[in-house]
Design a protein around this ligand. Structure first.
Ligand SMILES: [Zn+2]
Length: 326
């Protein structure tokens, strides 16, 4: 069993004395100092108290840099920096498997973000996803990694991609596929997929840089879960389970496919009350039986017990209205 990650929002925790019991004074000093140096009220520093790591929330790059420098002085690892969500007019209806969105924004290419293109008009995102991608490209650049490559996000009003697509989700523009390669050339739009595992084999393309990309993409408070092939999850467990900053493993989920890209799913934005979330992930890293079970033969089928029928999915009424304008 893995230690439960206790996240203490320092804004409140400092006042309430909530995290004194489980963190060192020097780490607290740093968090207090980073908070004091923040420019606006939306800038904040949070600590993952059992892991000696810090999360920095600000949309100002120079403030991020100042906070990073302070954290370095006190040997406090910066787990991630991210833009706090300020709300938007976008609204999500339904689930990522059957739903839609009003108010999605197109994500554009930039020197640090390039698209691997599999179809037209698939670059629409809920504003929180657009922020997430922007932060991720900045973060990986700060780590010295080459520019980020982005695959499919979502359609302008969400919804399914159609019968020719193998996406079972991406309906509400809070999902994105991130291929396992970087934009080392100017145009990666027609770049072939890069597999980093094949079945149970780890390929030489599974580099430390790709592992860093997976960690950076997953270690963001806006992320609900990230799907990767079971062998990728297994390898990341082997590499990082015993390390102090292994909290990201909880959100890294084994799933079919996903040998050449990871699928990042964000949490429902707080101002979309009709956005349906998935069931929570079981506690822990998922590195024990859970991932190993993917490599075991399936249990014999019982002939007497029929699986319960799945509840019928219902398309929200708002989606029918939105799509009538397409
Ligand atoms: Zn996907």
């Amino acid at each position: 069993m893995v230690k439960t990650m206790v996240r203490a929002a320092v804004l409140f925790a400092l006042a309430a004395g909530l995290i004194n019991a489980c963190s060192s004074p020097s780490a607290l000093d740093t968090v207090a100092a980073t908070r004091a140096q923040a420019r606006t009220t939306s800038d904040s520093a949070e600590m993952l108290s059992e892991q000696g790591t810090i999360l920095i929330a600000t949309n100002d790059f120079s403030t991020q840099e100042r906070m990073r420098a302070l954290a370095r002085q006190q040997n406090l690892a910066v787990l991630t920096t991210y833009t706090p969500y300020q709300g938007s007019t976008a609204r999500i209806y339904g689930s990522t498997a059957l739903g839609c969105i009003a108010g999605a924004v197109p994500v554009s290419e930039s020197p640090d973000l390039k698209f691997q293109v599999w179809g037209q008009g698939r670059n629409y995102a809920h504003p929180i996803m657009a922020q997430y991608l922007n932060d991720l490209k900045v973060r990986i650049k700060a780590q010295g990694l080459p520019p980020l490559v982005v695959g499919d996000i979502g359609l302008k009003y969400g919804g399914p991609y159609g019968p020719k697509s193998n996406h079972a989700s991406h309906n509400t523009d809070i999902d994105v596929d991130l291929p396992f390669f970087f934009a080392e050339t100017k145009d990666v739009s027609a770049h072939p997929d890069v597999y980093i595992v094949r079945g149970q084999k780890v390929l030489p393309t599974f580099t430390p840089e790709i592992a860093s990309l997976i960690i950076s993409a997953t270690s963001d408070p806006r992320v609900d879960r990230v799907f990767v092939a079971p062998m990728i999850k297994m390898r990341m467990c082997q590499l990082y389970e015993s390390k102090p900053n292994n909290g990201f493993l909880h959100k890294l989920r084994p799933w079919f496919g996903h040998q050449a890209h990871m699928h990042v799913r964000l949490k429902c934005p707080s101002d979309s009350p009709q956005c349906l979330s998935q069931a929570p992930i079981p506690a822990g890293t998922g590195c024990g039986y859970e991932v190993k079970s993917w490599f075991m033969p399936p249990p014999p089928q019982s002939k007497t017990v029929r699986p319960a029928p799945k509840p019928k999915k219902v398309l929200p009424q708002q989606c029918k209205i939105l799509w009538s304008h397409r």
